[in-house]
Design a binder for this molecule. Structure first.
Ligand code: FUL
Length: 485
């Protein structure tokens, strides 16, 4: 009996130990496979907007400064021929999918007749105080099929309650009015700038409350700020991802907007192992200033410069918001619109003929390497929601263009609905003996556009050199892009 008990105990202990070990291995398995950060449906849609315009417009347009003091008489705001449809036409010709306007900049002037301010279009003599720029622009956007968004500066140099807790109520009321009166917004812009200086008013912003209210009123809008929560500032105002590396993830714990933000370098590259999906948005002005200044009419960026900015922002997986400041008439100046039309034309031509569209691929690892089987792949179907996992051991996908073609540009998209994984990849073409590398880069993310010296080849191999986990590609496009003139 005693022996039986000892044996029983031994088995129980063994079973317990085994159970514990199974539990442990499961847990560690779970831990090592913690799901990666992925975009929300709103962020996923936002990634597809890629490029949109920024409009800085307000009293500064007329006083020729960049940061108004908030003491400017309302009458200075007096556009002689406001035409928001013209803004939208220019945006469309440039290839922009939406626009964002400074509904209120740091000077506190509201471009709509807000009930919560006495420093608005209503107090100006423009249209006898009956005008509303936000109404005109939001209507024009809908007419022209453009997305609409607003910039609402938290910093306010005019409002008497700024610098007190009551200002948080004012901001929420103002934002509520703006977010409920002009239809659906795709993005809300919170500037991190606060230049009051040590002797100025210091506001303790209730950003958590702002976030809650904005999310409730405009659930489809993505909120921009240094640290999101929808998308992040890119760390410079030149509109550039400065290296090949751009992770859509960021760690924000312990950071704040403005001076307490992560370093510019971190904002630029993101955090490879960051906890949140917080993709970068590149902001830049077509002119040296954000607001219109006549003396900058001959300093408008050329189509070539805009193209290079596009390649280093959109082409590196970020979104691009290009500022085009309306002039004192309330129109986009001819110089800007000429540059934008040429830039738009350049982009349309560049991406008009995807040589890989509808073609077939073969992945050497999926079939016998000696008898590669071609098949229609999700990476060539033009549908960003479908994807192909690039599995080991070769970790490559070969595109067959059907016959030899000349090309110098490749656009590749990771299936970001699955997270971002690729750390580096190469592009290769056959050289008679094997494969010759023609380009190499690091991250992909929402998209990577790579340009290289023109080659003539029938096959293109994309090889994943390093990746955090199994890579998933959603689209590959191949182009022959003519020189920018
Ligand atoms: C900055 C602001 O201070 C500028 O005036 C401009 O609005 C730019 C987009 O952001 O932080």
């Amino acid at each position: 009996m005693k022996t039986f008990h000892i044996v029983k105990k031994w088995y129980e202990a063994k079973a317990c130990l085994l159970g514990f070990m199974v539990l442990l291995s499961n847990t560690s398995g779970l831990l090592s496979q913690a799901p990666p950060p992925v975009p929300t449906p709103q962020q996923l849609a936002w990634h597809d907007t890629e490029f949109y315009l920024f409009f800085h417009f307000g009293p500064n347009t007329f006083t020729n400064v960049e940061w108004g003091h908030g003491t400017e008489p309302e009458d200075v705001f007096n556009p002689s021929a406001l035409d928001c449809d013209q803004w939208c036409r220019v945006a469309k010709q440039a290839g922009a999918r939406g626009v964002i306007i400074t509904a209120k900049h740091h000077d506190g002037f509201c471009l709509w007749p807000s009930k919560f301010s006495t420093h608005t279009v209503r107090e100006s003599k423009w249209r006898n105080g009956k005008g509303d720029v936000i109404r005109e622009l939001s209507d024009a956007c809908r007419r022209n099929g453009l997305l609409f968004g607003v910039y609402l500066s938290p910093w306010d140099r005019n409002h008497p309650q700024y610098g007190t807790p009551a200002y948080n109520d004012v901001y929420v009321q103002t934002m509520t009015e703006l977010l409920t009166s002009y239809g659906d917004l795709f993005e809300i812009w919170w500037d991190g700038a606060n230049g009051e200086g040590p002797n100025g008013k210091k506001q303790v912003y209730d950003f958590h409350r702002f976030e809650r209210v904005a999310a409730q009123l405009q659930p489809n809008a993505v909120i921009f700020s240094d640290i999101g929560p929808g998308c992040r500032w890119v760390g410079n105002e030149r509109g550039l991802i400065l290296s090949e590396t751009n992770w859509c993830m960021l760690d924000t714990a312990g950071f704040q907007r403005g001076l307490g933000a992560p370093s510019n370098d971190t904002l630029n590259r993101g955090n490879e192992n960051g906890a949140l999906w917080l993709p970068a948005e590149c902001d830049v002005s077509i002119r040296p200033g954000w607001f219109y200044h006549a003396e900058e009419d001959n300093k408008v960026k050329s189509p070539e410069t805009l193209w290079n900015i596009y390649l280093q922002s959109v082409g590196r997986g970020a979104n691009l918001i290009l500022n085009v400041p309306p002039d004192r008439r309330g129109r986009i100046h001819e110089q800007d619109s000429l540059a934008l039309m040429a830039f738009g034309e350049k982009c349309r031509k560049a991406f008009a003929h995807n040589l890989a569209k509808g073609k077939k691929v073969w992945t050497p690892h999926r079939v016998c390497a000696f008898t590669p089987k071609k098949y229609r792949s999700f990476v060539l179907d033009g549908d960003r929601s479908t994807f192909e996992k690039i599995t080991s051991p070769n970790k490559s996908v070969v595109i067959d263009l059907g016959k030899k073609k000349k090309f110098n540009t490749l656009l590749v998209r990771e299936a970001i609905s699955q997270g971002q994984a690729v750390q580096s990849f190469s592009i290769e073409v056959p050289d008679g003996k094997g494969w010759r590398e023609i380009a190499r880069s690091s991250t992909i993310g929402a998209r990577k556009i790579l340009q290289f010296p023109e080659v003539k080849a029938r096959q293109i191999r994309i090889r994943i050199l390093a990746s955090k986990r199994e890579a998933a590609l959603s689209e590959v496009e191949v182009y022959q892009v003519e020189e920018v003139r």
